[in-house]
Every structure is written in C-alpha cells, then in structure tokens.
Design a binder for this molecule. Structure first.
Ligand code: ZN
Length: 295
C-alpha cells in the first residue's frame, strides 16, 4: 500500500493472489477511524544461560532450548515488532570454541523468532568470550546503542565494564564490579538530549539497587535517565527474579530468568505493549509477573 492509497482511506487486500484496493465504503472500520492504533509489542526474554552441560543448583542449562521454543510459539501469536534478550544468553564453557558453539546453538533458535532482534550483553555472555566475539556471533554491531520504533526511542546499555574501565572478557571480570563507563554515560546523555520521544531502556545488571546485582555507578546512570524527562521504564535481568521499583517516576522492572528450574512451568518470558499514550503493559508468561502502568 502506498502513502497515496493510505490518504484515500484505501486498504490493499490480497485475495487469491490478486491485489484489490478496497475503499473505505466497504470497510467501515477504516472509514470511522474508531479503532485506536495497535500498541507496539516487544517480545522479551532474559537469562537463558544456555549451555550443553548438566544442571547446577537451580539452573537447568540445557532446558532453555525447549523453554525458548515455548516463548517462540507465544511470540508467533502476539507478533511483536521486535524481540530483546536482556543478557546472559549463554553460560560458561571450558573453552572459547565450546562457548561459541553454545552461542550458535541458542542463537539459531532465537534468530528464527524475529528478524528485528536486540542483544544486551550480560556478564555470562562475556565471561569467556570477548565482546567482539559475542557480537560477531549474533551479528550485532555495538554493545550499546539506540533505535526508534513506532514513536518510541529504545536504548540498549552495556554495563559489562570493570570500575577501571576494562571491558569484560576472557575471565578478567568480577561479576559484582559492573559499571557504565564515562564514555558510555556521555553518549547516553547526548542520545537522550537529541530525542523527544518516550524512551524505554534495556539493561542486564540492575540500575535500581546498590547490592551485588546492581551497577556500581547506577545512581549516576539514573541521574542521566531522570534528567531527560522522557524515560518511562528500564527493563533488566541479572537477579533472576521478578521485581519492580519506581524511582523518580521511572519504572525499573526486573524480569525472571528462563534458566531457573526444570520443566515447562519453570519458564518466564513476556510481551510488553506500549500504546500511543505512553501506557505500558507487561504480559508475563509462566513465572513472569504482569504489570500495568498508566502514562
Ligand atoms: Zn543470569
């Protein structure tokens, strides 16, 4: 359908291989314009920790393949505009080569869900692999960046840096020393300044707590987010459990880990819907909680 057809209130209909342009007269719903615009839907998963190794404690590494399949079936119904994984897509192997195999196995499944995919780096993603090896493996150019979809601005953050500025990789990190370094903070402030649309942020390590699951300079990051006045919510993973806080009008929503527990019920994934008024709905599946926030 061309812009011209849209202006005429026409809708292109493909019937038995023939393209018809239906006028508003035979499609009253279009003519009335009563139907509000569909919300922008996002499919979200986090902390899959996929690895071809036996379970350890509550983490069932191999089972995330079938759990991801369940999420994929749900996303097929909901047809999200894009999908995001909030980090820790893979778990550690004893060699770089084996870990790359874990990554290609899980990403082969994930990449079938949707063409528009976004990867947040988790500490486990770059425990053995270096950042460029992980990003190269999933075909993503940068570890932090922003993009626009449907009137919203989205930001992917990377907190996998030590406090001395060194990026995580090849066993050089301490998982409790996660930081957003000055160069990324500067980029974030400039990116937010240039944007007037409502903003949603995706992160792995938590920006709302100061315990071991929190980003060390989380308060500094929050100040940058708050200064923009446009940030509605931050979605994050890392601590593997449902949690939500509100700080200075921004929702910080922590989503459950897919890797936790055995069996189909011990799963978690969500579909986030954003409507044009700025209202947010999080529809959680299995262990994932639901949330509704008005604009
Ligand atoms: Zn994790």
């Amino acid at each position: 359908m061309t812009i011209h057809d849209r202006r005429l209130g026409r809708r292109a209909v493909l019937q038995n291989g023939t393209l018809f342009l239906a006028t508003a007269a035979v499609m009253p719903a279009v003519a009335l314009g009563a139907k509000p615009a569909d919300p922008l839907k996002i499919g979200v998963i986090t902390d899959l920790h996929y690895a071809d190794k036996p379970a350890a404690g509550t983490r069932y590494y191999r089972e995330t393949l079938s759990k991801l399949e369940a999420a994929a079936l749900q996303f097929e119904q909901d047809e999200p505009r894009f999908v995001v994984e909030l980090g820790d897509l893979i778990d550690a192997a004893d060699s770089v080569q084996t870990e790359q195999r874990y990554l290609s196995t899980i990403d082969r499944e994930f990449s079938q869900i949707c063409k528009d995919r976004h990867y947040v780096l988790g500490n486990h993603c770059v425990e053995t692999l270096k950042k460029d090896e992980f990003l190269g493996g999933v075909g993503q150019e940068k570890s932090y960046y922003s993009f626009d979809r449907g009137g919203y601005h989205f930001i992917v953050l990377d907190s996998c840096f030590r406090s001395d500025g060194e990026p995580y990789g090849r066993h050089n990190s301490v998982w409790t020393d996660a930081n957003v370094p000055p160069a990324e903070l500067e980029w974030l402030a400039a990116d937010l300044k240039a944007c007037s649309d409502p903003v949603i942020v995706f992160a792995h390590q938590r920006l709302d707590v100061s315990n071991s699951h929190g980003v060390r300079n989380g308060a500094e990051v929050r100040r940058v987010l708050e200064a923009s006045g446009n940030v509605l919510a931050v979605f994050q993973g890392h601590s593997h459990r449902n949690d939500v806080t509100e700080i200075a009008g921004i929702h910080y929503c922590t989503l459950v880990a897919m890797v936790e527990g055995s069996g189909a019920d011990n799963n978690g994934y969500s579909v986030i819907s954003l409507d044009s008024s700025g209202a947010i709905a999080v529809d959680g599946f299995c262990k994932q909680a639901d949330y509704r926030w008005k604009s």
